[in-house]
Design a protein. Structure first.
Length: 721
């Protein structure tokens, strides 16, 4: 028996390094993290011209603990050492160490062809020195153990580097010679933006400062790193915590009014994912799994990008600069132990798919470039949110999915706050609000007012400017209205498509069901059927075909109310039968969630189009099922009642035992495109209300005195009853 030693080639290690470090900015960030782990309080990133490929250099200088020659030889020069994975806290300041995979040396190799390290420890007479020629890793024939690295101890005295060290007692200088990439305006901009978001605003990291010193020709990029002032002046803000059990405590702020709303409750699993339930804890489902992601701190800062006038003034900036800063910093960032986890929050990294979500409801939903979000994690508190092997991104698992769902819910909550604030602005007559409704399709004519100002008060430039702003606001509002109308037209088109599918699908479906039934009966009449395995198998398959045809029939029945056909002649029918049919559509969901349904036993004859009312009932039942899935199974119920009033109208009551509608949402739930559900379109109650009002001269209301403890809706029909 013979044994052999695994000898990786040097080029393989260089390839691995390039895979681990995706860009020059990421490489420098990894080096800054190493300085942080070494208890540095200051890091300087100094560029020396010419910053061109094959020339120039970068120095990363810190005042950290430094390394001894033994540490250099046994840790820094040795791949995959367990030093930081075993020692999770820094030596002096007790910081949670960030580097655990030995990526720092690969970062140096990514940036330059040669590296030199000068490192000093406190109270030591010598300094450690290392020289690495990274081009050796390009040799296809050279094995890793054949790569030559110079490492030695040097006397500190009379060193030409004394003036470069930030501290004469301790620290490290990493000099990267012969750059592998050209550095230009875009490169320095990306580096500054990346470094400015490196440290979380939640982090209590005192005395850690980063400075970039750019070379001649790029002096404008020399600065101590900080975020632009515009990030401190959002229109809206959400701030709070979600603990490991899914309980949340958040506050929503409106800057313009100073309004603050506080929300406490718990995330509950509903039929379509996690849902925020504001509650005192008595109505939470016991035994439900908790989010895998663990506890988080969250802050969301939101801007109305079409109304930046006040932000420009607060930040003492210009419209162009404000938009540029928002473009570069907007996004939902994740921080672990105070430092960013890439690539979340990078430009064009819409990892929560907010822009796609906004397409369904643009008047309510926020786009990615309107939000600057911070999510704070810890390595110890969020162990299920693990890094991918390249340290850029988290593994796709249940924990990350739960984190995404929770964030969508929190964004939905601040969207509701924003919507209510903007609606209040419209009522107050805010001229800067682009949603202010002053007309439908024809803008008001301000020509006479313009003429009056020009003739009687030509010196009043302020009044003329204000009038111009109002006119622009009207034009924007026209666009909003046209967009809304086009959405309704889109719904009409969708309804017509539903009708086409139903019309063209029902005939072949009926044929399939009928032929399957005939085939089943023919098989049963064949002599020897009971003893033939083949015939029995065919018989079983025909039964399955019939069952699946029935499933499709149920699907068609469920979507029929959403068709765009013209309403037919009203027929004489009992309202109770329409209610029962509506519940039958959801029988599978009702059984799945163990919901008790109390249907009316009365008989109230009316002359209506059943499809019209079924569309209303379906919307109410669907909402109830969704919210009931967030409360304990033993208390899930829907009760319905029908009665005729003395005046001759008919009232239908839908009442459930769900979490109900919070007081501050009651006035908004009937508005088009308003929804507290993270996946809601906000059209169900709006469309239902229009049907009741337009066809039956009635009303759809949310009332307080319900038969059950949750939400109660009253439908009043005054016409055709």
């Amino acid at each position: 028996m013979t044994t052999s030693t695994f000898r990786p080639r040097a080029r393989l290690m260089r390839t691995i390094g390039e895979e681990l470090i995706s860009s020059d900015s990421v490489a420098i960030i990894e080096l800054v993290k190493n300085s942080y782990d070494a208890d540095a309080q200051n890091v300087v990133i100094r560029f020396h011209a010419p910053v061109e490929k094959g020339m120039g250099s970068i120095e990363v200088i810190d005042d950290g603990n430094g390394m001894s020659i033994e540490t250099v030889q046994t840790a820094w020069l040795e791949l995959a050492t367990p030093t930081k994975s075993v020692r999770k806290r820094s030596l002096n300041l007790g910081r949670r160490v960030l580097g655990e995979k030995g990526i720092g040396r690969f970062a140096a190799a990514r940036l330059s062809a040669e590296s030199e390290v000068f490192s000093r420890q406190r109270n030591q007479a010598d300094q450690a020195y290392v020289y690495v020629d990274w081009t050796q890793f390009d040799d296809d024939e050279k094995f890793l153990d054949e790569v030559e690295v110079l490492s030695e101890s040097q006397a500190r005295t009379n060193s030409s580097l004394n003036s470069l060290f930030l501290s004469q007692d301790n620290g490290t200088i990493l000099r990267l010679n012969k750059l592998k990439s050209d550095w230009n305006d875009s490169s320095f901009t990306q580096l500054q933006q990346a470094l400015s978001r490196l440290i979380s605003p939640f982090a209590s990291i005192d005395n850690f400062h980063i400075r970039v010193e750019a070379p001649d020709g790029f002096e404008r990029f020399t600065s101590t790193i900080s975020a632009p002032d515009v990030v401190n002046h959002p229109h809206y803000r959400l701030r709070g915590k979600v603990n490991g059990n899914g309980e949340y405590d958040i506050e929503c702020f409106v800057t313009s009014t100073g309004d603050v709303s506080k929300h406490k409750g718990k995330f509950q699993l509903s039929s379509s994912g996690w849902q925020m339930i504001d509650s005192d804890g008595e109505r939470f489902v016991e035994g439900m799994r908790i989010p895998d992601c663990g506890p988080i701190d969250v802050e969301l800062r939101i801007w109305d990008r079409d109304d930046l006038g006040g932000i420009i003034q607060a930040a003492q900036s210009t419209l162009r600069d404000v938009r540029r800063d928002l473009d570069s910093h907007a996004g939902i960032n994740i921080y672990r132990d105070g430092f960013r986890v890439l690539p979340y929050g990078e430009p064009r990294n819409d990892w929560l798919r907010l822009d796609l979500r906004r397409v369904q409801n643009p008047s309510l939903r926020l786009s990615n470039n309107q939000i600057l979000g911070y999510i704070a994690l810890t390595s110890d508190g969020n162990p299920n949110l693990k890094d991918q092997s390249n340290r850029e991104g988290l593994r796709e698992n249940q924990a990350l999915q739960d984190l995404s769902d929770i964030m969508i819910n929190l964004i939905s909550r601040i969207e509701v706050t924003r919507r209510k604030s903007r609606r209040g602005d419209r009522k107050a007559g805010n001229p800067n609000d682009p949603d202010k409704q002053q007309g439908i399709f024809t803008p008001p004519d301000f020509s006479k007012l313009n003429e009056y100002l020009n003739s009687s008060r030509p010196e009043d430039k302020i009044a003329q400017a204000l009038l111009g702003e109002v006119e622009q606001g009207m034009a924007k509002q026209l666009d909003v209205i046209k967009t809304t109308v086009s959405r309704y037209q889109g719904l009409v088109t969708l309804g017509q498509l539903v009708d086409t599918v139903l019309h063209n699908g029902r005939q072949p479906l009926s044929k399939i069901a009928a032929e399957a039934l005939l085939a089943k009966e023919d098989l049963e009449e064949i002599s020897g059927f009971s003893t033939s395995p083949v015939l029995k198998q065919i018989h079983t398959r025909t039964v399955k075909i019939s069952a699946q045809a029935e499933v499709l029939h149920g699907v068609f029945k469920r979507v029929e109310p959403f068709g765009g056909r013209k309403r037919g002649r009203p027929t004489k029918i009992t309202l109770e039968s329409v209610v029962r049919t509506s519940f039958e559509i959801f029988s599978a969901d009702i059984n799945k969630h163990h919901i008790q349904v109390h249907a009316p036993s009365t008989e109230t004859w009316v002359t209506v189009d059943p499809a019209e009312l079924q569309e209303v009932f379906v919307n109410l039942i669907q909402n109830s099922i969704y919210w009931l899935s967030t409360v304990p199974a033993k208390s899930r119920a829907i009760s319905t009642f029908v009665e005729r009033t003395i005046e001759g109208a008919v009232e239908i009551i839908f009442s459930d035992t769900g979490p109900g509608v919070s007081e501050n949402m009651r006035e908004d739930i009937f508005e088009p495109y308003f929804s507290t559900r993270s996946d809601g379109t906000g059209l169900g109650l709006s469309v239902s209300g229009e049907i009741i009002r337009d066809y039956y001269e009635g009303a759809l209301e949310l009332i307080d005195d319900g038969r059950e403890t949750g939400a109660t809706f009253k439908i009043t029909l005054r016409k055709r009853v």
